[in-house]
Write a protein that binds this ligand. Structure first.
Ligand code: AMP
Ligand code: MG
Length: 349
């Protein structure tokens, strides 16, 4: 299939583009569009065939359900059985934005969206262009991250083109994703509600709405052997080609430990993912990537997936990544890093 790349220009052509995207969705086609979290690989969420195409294009396991994206709160009612009070409060505070909620599904939802579960995930993105596209189609659009399954999620158009050129009808070029990691997933079908995947909306943010909200421990604890409650969390994710190891604990000791490992692997091509505060302390690494300041974890989140892909482009053999304190956004970053490292973590406290 020939993939068309569309860039909105802020002129009269935009209406033409929106019409084309709408028709593509209506005809069961696939459109990649930018969102504030990562790029989404979209198809009509009410069309089982379109959803199957999404799984094929990504190589995604069929039991890993999709998130439906909507433009307005009013679209939610027909997709779900009920909207619990806590969900209403979360919608008020965090929609549109990087929070996905799991509801009891309505009969309208095809099995292909939910992987056969009796629940469905829904989100309302805040990205202006995503919102325009969703408003124009007025369909719930199933849109997992627009990467080949297992690879780091795409935060730039080049990432999408690398993974999906020839596998989708349209790719909408929308620049760099602002958040850079996927949405927080909150299950509101259980009492108390539970975070199944940490994201930009933190556990602490959610607990301000309802203090009893919990988090599935298996998403943040590499030693936890329990099966995660969200199907997607059990799969290998975000993995660069190189072997990656994350280092945690006291910062000075962590830097020394990473340097020791760089020195031990002088015959290999080594990359270090560091913070602005520590990057100059590393010597002899082949590639040093500054993810951003520890004082501004939003920067670190925004740059994380791009840095993993850069390591692939540079064909490094080993990646040593600094860890972050697992609170607030740091916890979401560690969730992604641990998966990228297949759970390999070295703690020096
Ligand atoms: P992605 O769209 O690639 O960011 O992945 C969607 C994430 O949401 C995966 O981790 C899924 O397992 C999770 N998810 C989607 N629907 C459900 C559901 N009904 N119950 C639990 N988790 C879900
Ligand atoms: Mg994904």
């Amino acid at each position: 299939m020939k993939t068309e790349i569309i860039k909105f220009e802020g002129n009269e052509n935009d209406k033409k583009y929106l019409d084309k995207i709408k028709k593509t969705f209506e005809n069961g086609g696939l459109v990649v569009f930018p969102t504030e979290t990562v790029y989404g690989l979209g198809g009509n969420g009410l069309d089982a065939k379109a959803c199957k195409k999404i799984y094929e294009a990504k190589g995604r396991p069929s039991d890993n359900p999709l998130i439906l994206h909507i433009a307005e709160n009013s679209q939610l009612d027909e997709l779900v059985e009920e909207v619990p009070e806590v969900a209403k409060k979360c919608m008020e505070k965090f929609w549109p934005g990087p929070l996905t909620m799991i509801f009891k599904r309505s009969k309208l939802i095809p099995d292909a969206v939910t992987g056969g579960l009796d629940t469905v995930a829904v989100r309302e993105p805040s990205h202006e262009l995503a919102n325009k596209i969703l408003k124009a189609t007025h369909l719930p659009i199933a849109a997992p991250s627009a990467n080949i399954s297992g690879r780091p999620s795409p935060t730039k158009t080049q990432h999408v083109i690398h993974d999906l050129d020839g596998r989708v009808d349209i790719i909408v070029d929308g620049g760099k994703s602002v958040v850079g990691i996927e949405s927080t997933v909150l299950d509101v079908t259980v009492d108390p509600p539970m975070v199944l995947r940490p994201g930009k909306v933190t556990l602490e943010d959610l607990q301000k709405i309802s203090p009893d909200i919990t988090i599935d421990q298996s998403t943040i604890d590499s030693t936890n052997k329990k099966v995660p409650k969200s199907p997607g969390q059990k799969y290998k994710h975000y993995a660069p080609k190189a072997e990656a190891i994350c280092f945690g604990g006291n910062i000075d000791k962590m830097v020394l430990e990473i340097q020791k490992n760089i020195d031990k692997n002088i015959d290999k091509k080594v990359a270090v993912l560091a913070s602005t505060e520590t990057i100059d302390r590393y010597k002899n690494a082949d590639l040093k990537i500054d993810l951003g300041s520890r004082q501004h974890l939003e920067e670190v989140a925004r740059n994380l997936f791009d840095s993993l892909r850069r390591c692939d482009e540079e064909n490094v053999d080993l990646i040593f990544a600094e860890g972050y304190e697992p609170i607030g956004l740091g916890l979401s970053i560690m969730n992604r890093l641990l998966k990228a490292c297949s759970g390999r973590i070295v703690m020096r406290i």
